[in-house]
Write a protein that binds this ligand. Structure first.
Ligand SMILES: Nc1ncnc2c1ncn2[C@@H]1O[C@H](COP(=O)(O)OP(=O)(O)OP(=O)(O)O)[C@@H](O)[C@H]1O
Ligand SMILES: [Mg+2]
Length: 313
C-alpha cells in the first residue's frame, strides 16, 4: 500500500470511529495531498468536457475509456453528469444503483460499480446531487473510504461531465489533471469551448488542456477550429493547448448509440473508432515526457471534496 492511501485510510477510520464530525479541515487534506504529490503517482485522472450540450462528450469518453481497456489498461469511469447521466447506456450497461446510494450510506462503491466490457468499471452518477463539494462529513467519509480501495488498481480514471462549468462540474474539472475539451466546428460551439478553457485556465493553469474537434467533415476543418482556439488561448490566456485531432461525423456511431453498443467494440473499423484510437495515441504521446504527480483517484477526490481548487484560485 502506498503512503498516501495508508494515511488517508487511517484518517477515514479515525473519523468513522469518532462518528459525525465536521468536514475534514483543509490543512489535513492539503497535507495528505502534498504527501500524494511526492510519493504516489496513481492513476491518470482525465476529465472530458465541452462548452455545449450534445457535442459528443459522453460517446468520446466512453469509447476512449474502452479503447484504453482494450489495450490492456485498467480503466475506471465516473459519470459526473449528475443531471442527465447516460454513460451506462452508451456503454451498454444497466446501473440500478449509483453514487447517491454511497453518499447516503446505503451502499459501498463496490456495490454500485458496474463491470463493463474489457474489464472497464463504471461508477454511475446519482441524479439530484448538486455538487460533491457540499457533502456532509459522513457522506465524505463513505465516499472517500471506498474510493481508496481502488486507487492502486486503476491506471486511468476517466470522468464524463455535463456541459459548461455550472454547479458541481466546476469542482470536478478543476480537480482533474488533464482535461479534454470537446469542440465542434459551429462558431457558437467554438466560443463555448473557449469560455470553458478560459475558466479552467484561471483556476488550474497547470492542468494539461487537450482539444478534440468532433463531427468534422474533414481533418482540415478540425485543424482550423483548433488553430483558432490555440491562437486566442495563447494570446489572451498564455496557455498552450494540445491538439488530439479531429473526429469525423459518422453515421455508424449513431447506429451504435441506438443499439446501446459501444462503437469501438461494435464497429472497430469505423471512422469514429479509428479517430478515437488516434486520440488515445495523442494523449499517450503527451504523458511519456512528464511525470504524473496527481495523487491518483484519492488525490482527485481530495480536491473535489475540498471544494475543487478554490483555494488555489
Ligand atoms: N462523431 C459523431 N458522429 C455522429 N454522431 C455523433 C458524433 N458525436 C456525437 N454524435 C451524436 O450526438 C449524440 C450526443 O452525443 P453525446 O451524448 O456524447 O453528447 P454530450 O456532449 O455527452 O451531450 P450532453 O451534453 O447531453 O451530455 C450521440 O448520441 C450521437 O448520436
Ligand atoms: Mg453527456
Amino acid at each position: 500500500m502506498n503512503d498516501q492511501a495508508g494515511r488517508l485510510r487511517q484518517l477515514v477510520n479515525e473519523r468513522k470511529r469518532a462518528g459525525e464530525e465536521p468536514h475534514p479541515p483543509s490543512n489535513e487534506l492539503s497535507e495528505l495531498e502534498s504527501a500524494s504529490r511526492s510519493r504516489h503517482r496513481g492513476a491518470r485522472v482525465l476529465a472530458v468536457t465541452g462548452g455545449k450540450g450534445g457535442v459528443g462528450k459522453t460517446v468520446i469518453a466512453a469509447n476512449l475509456a474502452l479503447s484504453y481497456a482494450m489495450s490492456g489498461k485498467r480503466v475506471m469511469m465516473l459519470d459526473a453528469d449528475f443531471g442527465m447521466a447516460n454513460l451506462d447506456v452508451v456503454l451498454g450497461l444497466a446501473a440500478d444503483k449509483n453514487i447517491r446510494d454511497v453518499i447516503e450510506g446505503q451502499s459501498t462503491i463496490e456495490d454500485i460499480i458496474v463491470e463493463g466490457p474489457k474489464g472497464l468499471r463504471l461508477i454511475p452518477a446519482g441524479s439530484g446531487i448538486q455538487s460533491l463539494a457540499n457533502l456532509t462529513q459522513s457522506q465524505v467519509t463513505a465516499l472517500l473510504s471506498d474510493v481508496l480501495n481502488y486507487d492502486e488498481h486503476v491506471d486511468l480514471f476517466i470522468i464524463d461531465t455535463a456541459a459548461g462549468i455550472a454547479g458541481g462540474v466546476a469542482g470536478i474539472l478543476y480537480s482533474a489533471d488533464e482535461v479534454i475539451i470537446v469542440a465542434e466546428p459551429e462558431p457558437t460551439a467554438v466560443l463555448d469551448a473557449y469560455a470553458v478553457i478560459k475558466t479552467l485556465v484561471s483556476k488550474r493553469p497547470d492542468a494539461r488542456t487537450y482539444v478534440t474537434v468532433n463531427c468534422v467533415k474533414s481533418e482540415e476543418q478540425g485543424l482550423i477550429v483548433f488553430k483558432n482556439l490555440e491562437s486566442v488561448a495563447s494570446r489572451f490566456l498564455e496557455k498552450n493547448l494540445v491538439y488530439l485531432g479531429a473526429i469525423p461525423l459518422d453515421e455508424r456511431l449513431k447506429d451504435a448509440v441506438k443499439m446501446r453498443r459501444p462503437s469501438v467494440i461494435e464497429f472497430p473499423n469505423s471512422v469514429f473508432s479509428i479517430a478515437i484510437r488516434k486520440v488515445m495515441a495523442a494523449i499517450d504521446r503527451q504523458s511519456s515526457s512528464e511525470e504524473k504527480l496527481s495523487g491518483g483517484i484519492s488525490g482527485f477526490f481530495n480536491r473535489v471534496l475540498n471544494d475543487g481548487m478554490n483555494d488555489r484560485a
